[in-house]
Design a protein around this ligand. Structure first.
Ligand code: NAD
Ligand code: UDP
Length: 331
C-alpha cells in the first residue's frame, strides 16, 4: 500500500513509518515540524534502508492537503498529526480544538474527494474518562477532563459520522494507552520540548542528571502500592499495531484498544528503571496531580482477535530502550 502518514516525524509516527517500510509499504510523510525535527526523516531512512517522500506542510491547510492528495494515489492514511500536551490544552484550548479538529476534517474531506477509503486515527484511552478498569471498546465514554481529551472524543465522532454517510470510507479508531520506549537502534524516540509532563521521559531526564528528582503524584490511590497505575506499551509494539490495523481494516468504523492489558504502578516503573539500567532515580511523593485517575489499563482482546496483534515487549524492555535513546539523544 501507499500510505500517507501525518505527523510522521513525531514520536509514534516515526516508529510506525519504520514498521510500514519494514512491511514493504511505501510512505509519504507530512509534518509541519511543530513538535519534531527534520533529521527524523534521515533516521527513518537509515534504519530501514528505504526512501520516504516528505512534505513540510500543515494539515489544517486545505490547499496544502489538496496538493499532496493530487500528487499521489494513496491507499490509506494514518493521522497522527496533533497537539498532545494535556496541561497546555487547558491554557490554550482554541489552539487544540483548531489544530486537532480542523486537521481531522480537512483530511477526511480530502479522502472522500480523492477516493482514499482507509483512515486510521490516533485516539487515546483518555476518551474512557474515569470508567471502571479494564477499559473495553464497548464502554460508554465518560467526560474527559481537558480540551485535549475532548478533541479525541470529537474526532472519533467526526470520523464515525463521515463513515456512516460514506459507506466506502472505513475507519480505525485506535485508542492508545501509555506509549513508552524507543526503537532499539537508539536513533528515534520521544524528545519532548522543555520539561517533560509524562512519567517515562521525566524519569529518563532524572537518570541523565538533567532533572534533580522525580515527583510522584500521590501514593494514596486505591492501587497495588498507592501510586497511579497505567498500561505502558512499547512504542514499537504500538507501531506494529498500526500496520495490522491498516492491513486488516474492516468496512465501517472499527474501534481498538492498543495496550498490553496489564497495569503497572509509578513505583514499579521507577524500580524497573533502576534495576535494568543500574542507575538511581531519586524521587519524592507529592500531592496528586489534578485530573489524574487511579488506574487505566486496557482490555486488549479485541485487537488480538480481529487484528491478530498483541503487544510483546515487557516493562524491562521499555525502560531499557527509553534509557538507550535518552543517552544517545542530545549528546
Ligand atoms: P508527537 O508530538 O511526537 O507527534 C505529532 C506530530 O504531529 C509532530 O511531529 C508535530 O510536528 C506534528 N503536527 C502537529 N500538528 C500538525 C499539523 N497541523 N500539521 C502537520 N503536522 C502537525 O506526538 P506523538 O506522541 O507521536 O502522538 C501522535 C498522535 O498520537 C497524536 O495525535 C497524539 O494525540 C496521539 N496520542 C499520543 C499519546 C502519547 O502518549 N504519546 C497517547 C494517546 C494518543
Ligand atoms: N506521574 C508522576 N510524576 C510525573 C509524571 C507522571 O507521578 O512527573 C504519574 C501520573 O500521576 C500517572 C502516571 O505517572 O499516574 C502516568 O502519567 P503520564 O502523564 O505519563 O500519563 P497519563 O497520566 O496521561 O496516563
Amino acid at each position: 500500500m501507499n500510505i500517507l502518514v501525518t505527523g510522521g516525524t513525531g514520536y509514534i509516527g516515526s516508529h510506525t513509518c519504520v514498521e510500514l517500510l519494514n512491511s514493504n509499504h511505501s510512505v509519504v510523510i507530512v509534518d509541519n515540524l511543530i513538535n519534531s525535527k527534520i533529521e527524523t526523516i534521515d533516521k527513518i531512512q537509515e534504519i530501514t534502508g528505504k526512501d520516504v517522500v516528505f512534505y513540510e506542510k500543515d494539515v489544517t491547510n486545505k490547499e496544502s492537503v489538496d496538493e499532496i492528495f493530487s500528487n499521489h494515489k494513496f491507499d490509506g492514511i494514518i493521522h497522527f498529526a496533533g497537539l498532545k500536551a494535556v496541561g497546555e490544552s487547558v491554557s490554550k484550548p482554541l489552539d487544540y480544538y483548531f489544530n486537532n479538529l480542523v486537521s481531522t476534517m480537512v483530511l477526511s474531506k480530502a479522502c472522500i474527494k480523492y477516493g482514499v477509503n482507509k483512515f486510521v486515527f490516533s485516539s487515546s484511552a483518555t476518551v474512557y474518562g474515569d470508567n471502571k478498569v479494564p477499559f473495553i471498546e464497548t464502554m460508554e465514554l465518560l467526560k474527559t477532563t481537558n480540551p485535549y481529551g475532548e478533541t479525541k472524543a470529537m474526532s472519533e465522532r467526526i470520523l464515525t459520522d463521515t463513515s456512516l454517510a460514506n459507506s466506502e470510507f472505513s475507519v480505525a479508531l485506535l485508542r492508545y494507552f501509555n506509549p513508552v520506549g524507543a526503537h532499539e537502534s537508539g536513533l528515534i524516540g520521544e524528545s519532548p520540548n522543555g520539561i517533560p509532563n509524562n512519567l517515562m521521559p521525566f524519569v529518563s531526564k532524572v537518570a541523565k542528571g538533567e532533572l534533580k528528582k522525580l515527583s510522584i503524584f500521590g501514593d494514596d490511590y486505591n492501587t497495588v502500592d498507592g501510586t497511579g497505575v497505567r498500561d505502558y506499551i512499547h512504542v514499537v509494539d504500538l507501531a506494529i499495531g498500526h500496520v495490522s490495523a491498516i492491513e486488516k481494516l474492516n468496512s465501517g468504523v472499527n474501534v481498538y484498544n492498543l495496550g498490553t492489558g496489564k497495569g503497572t504502578s509509578v513505583l514499579e516503573i521507577v524500580n524497573a528503571f533502576k534495576e535494568v539500567n543500574k542507575i538511581d532515580i531519586p524521587y519524592e511523593i507529592v500531592e496528586r496531580r489534578p485530573g489524574d485517575i487511579a488506574s487505566c489499563y486496557a482490555d486488549a482482546n479485541k485487537a488480538k482477535k480481529e487484528l491478530n496483534w498483541e503487544a510483546k515487549k515487557d516493562i524491562n524492555e521499555m525502560v531499557r530502550d527509553s534509557w538507550r535513546f535518552e543517552k544517545n539523544y542530545n549528546i
